[in-house]
Design a protein around this ligand. Sequence first.
Ligand SMILES: Cc1ncc(C[n+]2csc(CCOP(=O)(O)OP(=O)(O)O)c2C)c(N)n1
Ligand SMILES: [Mg+2]
Length: 370
Amino acid sequence: MTTLQLLTPTGERIPPDPVLAHPATPEQMTDLAAELTPSALRDAYRHMVLTRAFDREATSLQRQGELGLWVPSLGQEAAQVGSAMATPATDMVYPSYREHGVAQVRGLDLREIIPVYRGTRHGGWDPKSFNFHIYTFVIGAHSLHAVGHAMGLQQDRRRGVATGAEAVVVYFGDGATSQGDVNEALVFASSAEAPVLFFLQNNHWAISVRTERQSRFPLANRADGFGIPHLRVDGNDVIASYAATRYALEHIKSHGGPFFIEAETYRMGAHTTSDDPTRYRTRAEEEEWRAKDPIARLRALLETEGAVDGENLDAVETEAKDLGASVRAFTRANVPGDFTTIFDHVLATPSAQVLRERAEWDAYLTRGEN
Ligand SMILES: Cc1ncc(C[n+]2csc(CCOP(=O)(O)OP(=O)(O)O)c2C)c(N)n1
Ligand SMILES: [Mg+2]
């Protein structure tokens, strides 16, 4: 299986491989890549740099005890920003837990993510505001929610209800592809011909388990077993990630069924701040991927093509620095909300069990044992 790459690690544009996986043609990919004008590429660069600055700041805040946990996006910025830039604001996105770059493109104030990892808010943000669902930590569970949402869109269409949404995009990892939920989601999506894009970020690791333990053949090939068309792309290439996602969403809209993209990328940091990758992977491997850094290659392209000048780059740098400072100030000032609200959001009309648990909590507080 070939992998779509349009931007090399050293920042040179290359034509698509002529033997791309069915059903995309190299010409289509070239046309879609051309949509990324110099101004759009500058936007992509800005989104990627801001995402990295945010991620770095949050990692430091966790190390300083301000966050309970952090899940880094370091290294995955191109897969996330490229795919998100190709997704209309009206389509619904289901992230897992490290899609900070997708959040940035959707327009979420990145500081909204902080309370989730500081343990001061139960869920996160309003999913409807940016058509960006809250993070899901149960591996693969949200793939079923995404397919359910896509099947809902089909019902809306049948009933003539206009929602503006045409597809759903779900992000998940290489490890998640071995999970029952994801396979069940693929079955439902395929049989219902649901308008959903499965966007797999193969970052080569599922905590300390390398991808080869999930599969001995490309993970995108798994889509074949479900009769779902697929593409494999270089996920550290923002142009390829954009073009493939644009193609996939067009395909979903014109053919009505699901699509599957495997973006090959690398988790440059730890799985979360709770693990130590030096225990299970080599420095040589990390170095190999450092040379494929998604931001460095886009910057090289922008400079070669004269799409940025010193002023543009300084402005992004300043914005990134300001974002870091603002995230830090926000975090330190962020205090826990009222824990009791957890009972309010379980069911629209609380069941006897929820009411009993709430009464137990109230009694616990009254006893003053906490
Ligand atoms: C159902 C379930 N099983 C196990 C876990 C523990 N867990 C958290 S992250 C993770 C690995 C996920 O790897 P992958 O799908 O590749 O995503 P990545 O973290 O690399 O983005 C596991 C096993 C979990 N959160 N949920
Ligand atoms: Mg992974």
